[in-house]
Structures are given as structure tokens and as C-alpha cells.
Unconditional design. Sequence first.
Length: 91
Amino acid sequence: MSKQISIHCYVSGKVQGVWFRASTREQALQLGVTGIARNLADGRVEVIACGNEEEIAALYAWLQQGPPLAQVTEVTYEEVPWQQYEGFVTK
């Protein structure tokens, strides 16, 4: 069994106004990942994702492309202490 991890990501590029947060939520729920996605004032999207290593790796790979209208230029992440979320929410 793989370990549970949480990651904190910042997604840069054309990621606001292109259904990025809603698509991230949909992808996360399909993978069984919990967390949050929110727009930042500087144009990036912040994502905190919690799940097993394989689920998180799959979501991180998806974040590098995003939904069809997005143009992702960079995704940074760091592993953070485990956080408990109910489902996956967007703000």
C-alpha cells in the first residue's frame, strides 16, 4: 500500500477563465484525491491535493496539461504535511 501524501501546487499560464479549477476538481474526484483549487490574484491557480502517491502523481501529471482551453507554462509543487479535506472543493 502506498503512503498518503499532500502536495501544494501553483499552476501558471493561461489557467483562469478556462474551467481549470472545475476540471481539476473533476479529475481529482475521479482519482479519489481530496483537496482544494482556487484562483490567485496574480493569475495562477493554487492546488492542494491529498491522496496516495499514485493518485497524486496522476493528478500532478494532469495539472501539467489542464483542460483543453488552458495553456499551462509551469507547475511547481512541494510535499506538505498531511491535510484532511472532505472531497475536493473549488474557491
